[in-house]
Design a protein. Structure first.
Length: 271
């Protein structure tokens, strides 16, 4: 909601258009409205961040996501050699605390949901147990043993080509999976743990045992380190990250990647 920050982040939208779009959604039958906010933009301050939080909350969206700025290879920000601000930790804490004090509850490091929606918009869907079908160019999908996507890119020219190809009537290969991997049992377990642990509800020991027939701590003793570092606790058969642990989610997730998966990610050629 700050024009200068939007431009610095390489985004094309104007605040007046964002406000108009949100007003249209509020007047429509859209049941769950979500606003994404980015922190760590060069030049962003505590005051400007609070301004954006206030403007976003004024629209009373059911969900607000707080995303730290990361500069990915081959993106516009990477080409412009723009580095994130070094105040991301402070801005995250300020955003988290502000939302918790203004009618939102934390679901994960990024997701905050309006208290008025408790038990109302939560679907009977558990991402770490159920599959997901992604629709559209670049969308990801997964089943219990597969993780796959259609063609994906980060450079503008490649993105435009992918969208154009997707929109072309009668396109060839419409039902073909371009990128994917078949997950071994240990990789399925890792995905289950990561998707569970990085949310406020945590890793459900009963659900893990029911699915895999073993205990999570026996299978993955490394998880004990989270408790030793006082980033997580075990209560009611759930391993849950505390507020410090949630703050480190973007390090804890990759820490749980396997070496073979790290190698494949490192070798993947982006376009």
């Amino acid at each position: 909601f700050v024009e200068a920050e939007v431009r610095t982040a390489g985004r094309a939208q104007h605040v007046v258009d964002v406000e108009r779009a949100l007003a249209l959604m509020a007047a429509s039958a859209v049941a769950v409205r979500n606003i994404d906010l980015i922190y760590g933009i060069p030049g962003q301050t505590s005051a400007s961040w609070k301004h954006s939080l206030q403007r976003a909350a004024a629209h009373t969206p059911e969900e607000i996501y707080l995303y730290p700025l990361y500069v990915r290879p081959l993106t516009g920000l990477d080409r412009l050699q723009r580095e994130p601000g070094d105040n991301r930790t402070e801005l995250y804490r300020e955003g988290r605390d502000w939302l918790l004090g203004h009618g939102y509850r934390q679901i994960s490091m990024r997701l905050f949901r309006a208290e008025r929606c408790a038990g109302v918009i939560d679907p009977p869907y558990v991402c770490q147990e159920d599959g997901m079908v992604g629709l559209g160019p670049g969308a990801r999908s997964y089943t219990r043993a597969l993780h796959y996507s259609s063609d994906y890119a980060v450079q503008r020219g490649s993105i435009v080509q992918i969208v154009d190809d997707f929109a072309r009537p009668g396109r060839a290969g419409a039902g073909v999976v371009t990128y994917g991997i078949r997950l071994s049992l240990p990789e399925q377990q890792r995905r289950f743990i990561i998707k569970s642990l990085l949310r406020i509800d945590g890793l459900d020991g009963r659900a893990y045992r029911a699915r895999y027939g073993s205990d999570w701590l026996d299978d993955w003793p490394m998880l004990a380190e989270l408790m030793e570092l006082e980033l997580a606790t075990v209560e009611d058969d759930h391993l849950r990250l505390n507020s410090d642990g949630l703050e480190w989610s973007d390090a804890i997730g990759p820490w749980l990647y396997s070496e073979p998966m790290r190698k494949q990610m490192a070798e993947f050629a982006w376009s």
